[in-house]
Design a protein around this ligand. Sequence first.
Ligand code: HEC
Length: 186
Amino acid sequence: MLIHWSKTVILAGSLVAFIAAAPASAQKFNFGTTPSAEEIAKIDIDAMPDGRGLPPGSGTPAMGKNIYANSCAACHGVNLEGVSAAGGAALVGGRGSIGTPKTKKTVESYWPYASTLFDYVRRAMPFDKPGSLSNDEIYAVSAYILNKGKIIGDKDVMNAKTLPKVDMPNKDGFIPDPRPDVFNYR
Ligand code: HEC
């Protein structure tokens, strides 16, 4: 039994090494494609909490309403309540629940920085079509989510200047990691 198990582990290990070498062999194995510079540019983003890295553009909750309905609601719910069958988490609710037995992590209850919302949606959402939204649309859908979480007002405009200033409810729920070997990430 034990021998079988360790063989499996070794096999899995070599498979990982094999996949890591994929770009050069993508064509050889007819699996996946090498992304073009243009495809990478569509999801390329590195937005910092202080706003560095956020691109030009802007949007309001009202502008984000239809974008959310068309591109997000199927997986995250009409009321942002999540759709477990689709794997899409609730995006609002649960405020004050972190650290209680009924912890519910959402953008509203958990995320410390609003810039992360723009960053994440741009690089990863919609799950089935990342890179398909313009920067204006991403600011707008971010505004819509923040407004539904009662974090910003109905008329608030989100852009590179205003988004980092959004006062996230759980911004004090995190402490800096004191380990010396992770200073690069601070
Ligand atoms: C096809 C289904 C699908 C669609 C459409 C979709 N999502 Fe998602 N979303 C997911 C899944 C699945 C995850 C979890 C991904 C993971 O953990 O890797 C997720 C995660 C997220 C998260 C992180 C939630 C958290 O607290 O961890 C946000 C924010 C989000 N999506 C926003 C959006 C927005 C905005 C749109 C529309 C522009 C969208 N999603 C469209 C499936 C979807």
